[in-house]
Design a binder for this molecule. Structure first.
Ligand code: PLP
Length: 399
């Protein structure tokens, strides 16, 4: 493999992140000496209980909540499932209608589709060409039967940030609960659940340098919601099962680190992202930037290159040690392009040639230079063998 200086160039931070050394260090004692069950009554278990409760305080502080409103889960997918199914079933007496957007993560979309099979009805709002939900369309979609609006804070593929406060205000004006999937937003968008009118919020530890398989659901005090996992009395009887103590401790440490200086972090990451975007447009023709030009996550650059397949780009980048992602996933058995890209109205053939680069703390400007050296050659090489590409313009002949 033609790695850059012998190491992979990791540009897929929206898929997952490495664990910061401070996170690993915080977890270590809970993987060994502090192994007591947090629910046990003897003194030995106190340290486990303390670890869990102090993580709860850290998560709460990061989003402007009270610790009693934070419930630990096994990730973002579980938090999304719980928020939507839990609210749907607890509020069934009031109505059976949910409003969400067409570009949500499958953790939300497939949950909503399942609820439709249980007799609920769901409106999937369209988005504009930049991937933004229009709050006015939220208002038009709400009926007397609506019990929940769920719109993500930021999109995982194209990075578009939604006008959450405006959408939640409309939901509340109609007495409807508001949930947001903030899995990609934590650490990049400052979150205050009160100021933003959020009743339920999903987050996931492994997206902000915490452990995989950890997450949390914020549930505003007084929200009617069904328990998600039945069993013991953990998580105030709403999410049973012995706690993943080391994971929860790591999540708490990670969210504190991720939210201590969001502005400084964003400045550093956006400088790299902007250099990627400029460099790619300067060296490659026939492409578009997907997502919103300004209301986008600081780490996200998503391009569509005409005449090439996203998967082929990934394979050639991988051969150069660059890890990236695409919205065109033929290998998973379907050659359907990303539902997010299609919802923004781009033609399927352009959606097929998409490349998502998500930067983060694993990157340096040196990585960006390397990408900008490799990517134009990769696209050029693929276009040379693409039956769709027009012949490349010849250099004018000398007289
Ligand atoms: N929601 C969004 C927006 C995501 O990007 C992801 C993960 O990619 C999830 C939910 C699922 O989170 P997890 O991997 O913790 O289950």
């Amino acid at each position: 493999m033609n790695d850059h200086a012998g190491r992979p160039v990791y540009m897929d931070h929206a898929a997952t992140t490495f664990m910061k050394p401070e996170v690993v260090a915080a977890m270590a004692p809970y993987l060994s000496e502090h192994y007591g069950n947090p629910s046990s009554l003897y003194r030995f278990s106190r340290e486990s209980r303390r670890g869990v409760e102090s993580a709860r305080e850290r998560v709460a502080a990061a989003i402007g909540a009270n610790p009693a409103e934070v419930f630990f889960t096994a990730g973002g997918t579980e938090a999304d499932n719980w928020a939507i199914k839990g609210v749907a079933f607890a509020n069934r007496g009031r109505g059976n209608h949910i409003v969400t957007s067409a570009i949500e993560h499958h953790a939300v979309l497939h949950t909503c589709e399942w609820l439709e099979r249980q007799g609920f009805s769901v409106t999937y709002l369209p988005v504009d060409g930049f991937g933004r939900v229009d709050p006015e369309q939220v208002e038009e979609a709400i009926t007397d039967e609506t019990i929940l609006v769920s719109v993500m804070a930021a999109n995982n593929e194209i990075g578009t940030i939604q006008p959450i406060a405006g959408i939640s205000r409309i939901a509340h004006d109609h007495g409807v609960l508001f949930h947001t999937d903030a899995v990609q937003a934590i650490g990049a968008v400052p979150i205050d659940v009160d100021a933003m009118g959020i009743d339920l919020l999903s987050l996931s530890g492994h997206k902000f340098y915490g452990p995989k398989g950890t997450g949390a659901l914020y549930i505003r005090e007084g929200t009617r919601i069904e328990p998600f996992i039945h069993g013991g009395g953990q998580e105030r009887g709403l999410r049973a099962g012995t706690e993943n103590v080391p994971g929860i401790v790591g999540l708490g440490q990670a969210i504190e680190l991720a939210t201590v200086d969001i502005e400084g972090h964003n400045r550093r990451i956006a400088a790299m992202r902007d250099r990627v975007i400029r460099g790619v447009f300067d060296s490659i023709l026939d492409l578009r930037l997907n997502g919103h030009p300004t209301e986008r996550l600081p780490n996200n650059a998503n391009f569509s290159f005409r005449y090439v397949e996203g998967e082929a780009i990934l394979l050639l980048l991988d051969a150069h040690g660059i890890c990236a992602s695409t919205g065109s996933a033929c290998s998973s058995g379907s050659s359907e392009p990303s539902h997010v890209l299609l919802a923004t109205g781009i033609p399927p053939e352009d959606a097929h040639g998409s490349l998502r680069l998500t930067l983060g703390d694993a990157n340096t400007m040196d990585d960006i230079d390397y990408l900008l050296e490799v990517l134009p050659e990769v696209i050029e090489r693929l276009r040379r063998i693409s039956p769709l590409a027009p012949p490349s313009p010849r250099a004018p002949e000398a007289d």
